[in-house]
Design a protein around this ligand. Structure first.
Ligand code: KG4
Ligand code: ZN
Length: 348
């Protein structure tokens, strides 16, 4: 079965062709990072206009790369939320047009669900003993598993019971983890988007130079998170220094990253034990973070848990993950109507 999927929820236009729910034939991504860089964040109007500009050529490119023509597609999938309404609408209109003109089933996918499905594509299995972030063999996580979904807009712990069956155990009460990375980077004027830059700079710093408080780590907070306090702690720390050297910047970001990762890993492992899961998985842009990946693998090994880490290219926004989720929805008969519309604050 061939699924053509479109993802335009934020600042990446992406089109993918997926065979049988896991084999990526193509996954084209047109990033707008350079466009938004000078504003230090995403400008919704600019994002929608850019999606309009690139969507048609990108569909063509994805089909060509997959060596597939329109006639071979079995279903069309599209992200319908959460995200920026103007951006989502571009993808939705394109998907509807293809589905209507070719009389194909349309499958509307929740972006968050899509991120989880990055764990079901190609080879993602990481044995807990492996030092490298390389691929050893293709194995998808066994149900039920705990998925830590960490992106620029969301931070949540999800108990994934089966395909399409989720229980949200906790979520952030304020900033998402990725948002905290981006805001701290903006405050320190080290670039945009902050996550990958902090990841890189932190490698040169001392993660225990400043012991930032680990927010909401106590069991009384359950599986909720809070990251705005730690961002303020960074601001307060910097404002107390007469000047901040580049060495201090690396120590600050390393300590900040360590504090965030400690909380994320601890709660993920705790949830796996409480809900008797043998697998834990990562999803969302922040799951590309090297410290998070390494720390989760190390802790999981100690606890005899298996870990699923999406390949780096599938952590951030892409349409292949949307196609993966759509395949299983299709199998369950969850076909959408041509009247679907964008839902900016759609929940899992
Ligand atoms: O999933 P995503 O591409 O978009 C949303 O759905 O939000 O996630 C983007 C977020 C950004 O906040 C970015 O800074 C963060 O993921 N990110 C990272 C890394 N790579 C991307 N955060 C920490 N470390 C990274 N290596
Ligand atoms: Zn995302």
């Amino acid at each position: 079965m061939i699924v053509l999927a479109i993802e335009t929820s934020c600042d990446e236009t992406s089109v993918a062709v997926l065979r049988d729910g896991h084999e990526i034939l193509s996954n084209k991504i047109a990033s707008q990072v350079e466009l938004h860089k000078k504003y230090g964040g995403i400008v919704p109007e600019i994002a929608s206009r850019k999606h309009v500009e690139v969507i048609n050529p990108l569909i063509k490119e994805a089909l060509e790369a997959a060596k597939i023509d329109f006639k071979q597609i079995d279903a069309v999938a599209v992200t319908y939320g959460p995200g920026l309404v103007g951006s989502l609408m571009v993808g939705i209109c394109a998907a509807k047009a293809i589905a209507w003109s070719l009389n194909l089933p349309l499958i509307a996918v929740n972006h968050l669900e899509g991120h989880i499905y990055a764990n079901f594509l190609t080879s993602n299995f990481q044995p807990p003993t492996s030092k490298q972030d390389s691929i050893s063999k293709f194995q998808t996580p066994n149900f039920p598993f705990i998925c830590l979904l960490v992106s620029g807009g969301h931070t949540m712990l999800v108990l994934v019971k089966d395909h399409g069956d989720y229980q949200t155990l906790g979520r952030t009460r304020d900033d998402a983890a990725g948002e905290a990375f981006d805001k701290v980077a903006r405050f320190l004027k080290i670039g945009y988007p902050g996550g990958p830059i902090i990841d890189l700079l932190a490698k040169r710093g001392n993660p225990h130079a400043i012991e930032f408080k680990r927010p909401m780590l106590d069991k009384e907070f359950g599986y909720d998170f809070s990251f705005s306090g730690i961002k303020t702690a960074v601001v307060n720390y910097v404002s107390k220094q007469s000047e901040v050297s580049s060495k201090q910047v690396t120590d600050i970001v390393a300590s900040f990253q360590q504090a965030i990762v400690d909380v994320l890993v601890e709660k993920t492992i705790r949830a796996a034990k409480e809900y008797h899961c043998t697998w834990v998985a990562l999803a969302g842009g922040v799951s590309a973070n090297s410290l998070l990946r390494e720390s989760l693998k190390t802790r999981a090994k100690k606890e005899h848990l298996m870990v699923s880490l999406p390949p780096l290219a599938l952590c951030t926004d892409n349409a292949a993950m949307i196609a993966g989720a759509a395949y299983h929805k299709f199998k369950q008969g969850k076909i959408s109507d041509l009247t679907i519309t964008a839902v900016a604050s759609l929940r899992l």
